[in-house]
Design a protein around this ligand. Structure first.
Ligand SMILES: NC(=O)c1ccc[n+]([C@@H]2O[C@H](COP(=O)([O-])OP(=O)(O)OC[C@H]3O[C@@H](n4cnc5c(N)ncnc54)[C@H](OP(=O)(O)O)[C@@H]3O)[C@@H](O)[C@H]2O)c1
Length: 327
């Protein structure tokens, strides 16, 4: 496993991170979740990403149990706040009360005194940004969060956040956007601003929720047990990619991968890691074998000819419009 610095901070993270959205506390049983975390640790993954809202807070508890007993200094644990975790008006968003309370609850569930990175899961236009950033700064000063990050902020929101972070001396070091061969909306605006501000991208859904593994075949039923069959929420989330034109193009990526001795999943993960502003690819897994497949993408370099072949195959299926940022 290779490591990268997160933005221009001093924090090193594994360039492939393990995330537990839709899996822990939901799609997969506790023992399968623990087996995936074990496989991740065995493969050299040290960076784990979760959120208060995943599986209505259960995902953090599962991760906390799966990581219990590990040397804390050998792990980077990331979580997030913003989406509703309860029914009340203060159980959501980026107001001071919810940020502080949600962080304390996350720490209890994760069985740790601090998280390495605490992220705003989205931008909250209903709260003054000064209030949000001051609450984050207080968590940093209390030692409950070592660094601060955001997720799916636009270039303009990142610019404003970075300016306040500098004033408050709070280390805003990361953005967590969706990024894959198929979804490139960060490239034209978010990445240049992030480079200027010393912010690194930790990118999610690098294999488009499993679609870029090539396991979904056009015109056929999805394989049993895959996300596309998960009526607990996964099937709905992946549905935007389950189109015959996309699935056919992914089949045409397989020879590109096999010419390099790679699986299609490895090619897709290596592709996001070619972007120097990307600090890590966060990959999910429902089975330990998937983790073993995915980590082999670490350290793979793709030549310009390979990148051109990928662009030719995907053609206008690629989305690159920055207005598509999920802010
Ligand atoms: N900040 C945000 O708003 C946000 C949003 C989404 C995700 N995330 C983060 O990013 C992480 C990853 O996102 P994701 O799970 O959507 O995307 P992903 O990594 O693109 O897809 C993961 C899923 O693909 C399948 N898979 C993985 N490796 C495979 C392999 N080698 N062969 C075949 N199938 C394989 C598994 O599903 P099945 O086995 O069930 O098919 C797995 O759960 C999340 O856990 C979370 O930490 C953040």
């Amino acid at each position: 496993m290779e490591f990268r610095r997160l933005g221009n901070s001093g924090l090193s993270i594994s360039e492939i991170a393990y995330g537990n959205w839709l899996t822990h506390g939901s799609q997969v049983e506790e023992d399968a979740a623990h087996a995936c975390v074990r496989a991740a640790l065995d493969a050299g993954i040290t960076t784990f990403d979760t959120a208060d809202v995943y599986a209505r807070t259960r995902a953090e508890s599962v991760l906390g149990r799966a990581l219990a007993g590990q040397r804390r200094e050998g792990l980077e644990i990331f979580t997030k706040v913003y989406f509703p975790t309860g029914e009340g008006p203060n159980d959501r968003g980026l107001g001071r009360k919810h940020i502080i309370e949600s962080c304390n609850a996350s720490l209890r569930r994760l069985q740790t005194d601090y998280v390495d990175l605490y992220q705003a899961h989205r931008f909250d236009p209903s709260v003054p940004l000064e209030e949000t950033m001051t609450a984050f700064a207080d968590l940093v000063r209390q030692g409950k969060a070592l660094y601060i990050g955001v997720s799916e902020w636009t270039a303009e929101q990142l610019t404003r956040g970075a300016e306040l972070a500098r004033e408050l001396s709070v280390p805003l070091i990361s953005n967590q956007p969706e990024y894959s061969m198929l979804w490139r909306v960060i490239e034209s605006q978010v990445v240049p601003v992030s480079e200027r501000e010393g912010i690194g991208q930790i990118v999610f859904s690098p294999i488009a929720q499993g679609v870029l593994t090539g396991k979904y075949l056009p015109g056929q039923q999805p394989p049993a047990g895959s996300r596309a069959t998960d009526e607990g929420g996964g099937a709905k989330m992946i549905s935007r990619w389950m189109r015959d034109d996309v699935l056919s193009a992914v089949q045409r990526l397989q020879p590109v991968a096999s010419d390099l001795g790679l699986s299609t999943a490895q090619l897709a993960i290596a592709w996001v890691l070619q972007n120097p502003n990307v600090s890590a690819a966060i990959v999910g897994a429902s089975r330990p074998e998937q983790v073993a497949d995915n980590v082999a993408a670490s350290g793979v370099e793709l030549g310009a000819d390979v990148l051109d072949r990928i662009d030719e195959v995907l053609g206008d299926l690629v989305t690159a419009d920055p207005r598509e940022t999920r802010s």
